[in-house]
Design a protein around this ligand. Structure first.
Ligand SMILES: Nc1ncnc2c1ncn2[C@@H]1O[C@H](COP(=O)(O)OP(=O)(O)OP(=O)(O)O)[C@@H](O)[C@H]1O
Length: 253
């Protein structure tokens, strides 16, 4: 659904996401197993099922700036995929109103055989922009990346850091209604990261709704004002960013 007549927003009711694992050795898993990390593994049935999300009830309105925190495997990435419509809930419902820009993997949608300049346009199309919009932004993005003549070379000739620069340039130039961000901006040098943060903040200001999964308090404080703490596939706490961060850090001490 797109949000031309209704306000941007996301609502889930008792939403669950299960992953049945057909090739797992289930004999030794007699009952529900819960480790320190990961979701819950339910092995009562013939095929073990990872319960990645359970009974998620969320209402996110226009203007929400939500950080997602939680241990490895808590369900943050799965929740972002549910909120973007990539995953359908196994049970329950998820209603998404608005144009979603899911930014989970900076490299997705890039073609190694075409140039950096061409990739700028192609990646923008993937993120819901029009060719015209992207063509009018190419110069600004090119300047931001500082890649110079390399922009005319095929992407396969780029280092990892150069690819991240290009991807960040594109991603921070779009106008999303719903921005879903998974952290993963490691490979660039510190000075470029500083420069990216400013563009990232401006991007978030333009977005109608932001959900941002991150293990970095610093990044969360920069972009979010509320937070959701995920634990073993459920919402443990939701509220103002600082109080959720404090509860989460306390529990991990
Ligand atoms: N495609 C998949 N197939 C099977 N299990 C999956 C799949 N994706 C995620 N899971 C499982 O779902 C649970 C939640 O994973 P998810 O990636 O959402 O966690 P996360 O909170 O994003 O973790 P991290 O901080 O480590 O990135 C984990 O137990 C994981 O093993």
């Amino acid at each position: 659904m797109t949000g031309t007549t209704t306000a941007v927003g996301i609502e889930t009711q008792d939403a669950c996401v299960d992953f049945p694992i057909f090739d797992a050795k289930s004999r030794s898993l007699k009952k529900t197993v819960m480790g320190m990390v990961g979701g819950t593994i339910e092995s009562g049935s013939r095929v073990p099922i990872i319960e990645a999300l359970r009974d998620i009830n969320l209402t996110l309105e226009h203007g929400a700036r939500v950080g997602l925190v939680g241990h490895n495997g808590a369900g943050k990435s799965t929740l972002l995929r549910l909120l973007s419509g990539i995953y359908e809930p196994t049970r329950g419902t998820a209603t998404i109103r608005g144009r979603v820009a899911p930014i989970f993997d900076l490299g997705v949608g890039m073609d190694p055989e075409i140039s950096g300049l061409e990739n700028i346009v192609v990646r923008g199309l993937f993120l819901g922009m029009t060719r015209k919009q992207m063509e009018s932004r190419v110069d600004d993005i090119a300047e931001f990346t500082e890649l110079g003549d390399f922009l005319r070379m095929p992407l396969r000739t780029y280092s990892t850091g150069m690819r991240v620069r290009l991807a960040l340039g594109v991603v921070t130039s779009i106008d999303p209604e719903i921005l879903l961000l998974d952290e993963g901006i490691g490979a660039v040098d510190a000075a470029f990261l500083e420069k990216s943060k400013r563009r990232l903040s401006a991007l978030v200001d333009r977005a109608g709704l932001l959900v941002f999964a991150s293990h970095s308090d610093e990044f969360l404080r920069e972009l979010c004002d509320t937070a959701i703490w995920m634990e073993h596939g459920t919402i443990r706490e939701q509220g103002p960013l600082e109080s959720v961060l404090a509860s989460y850090r306390d529990a991990r001490r």
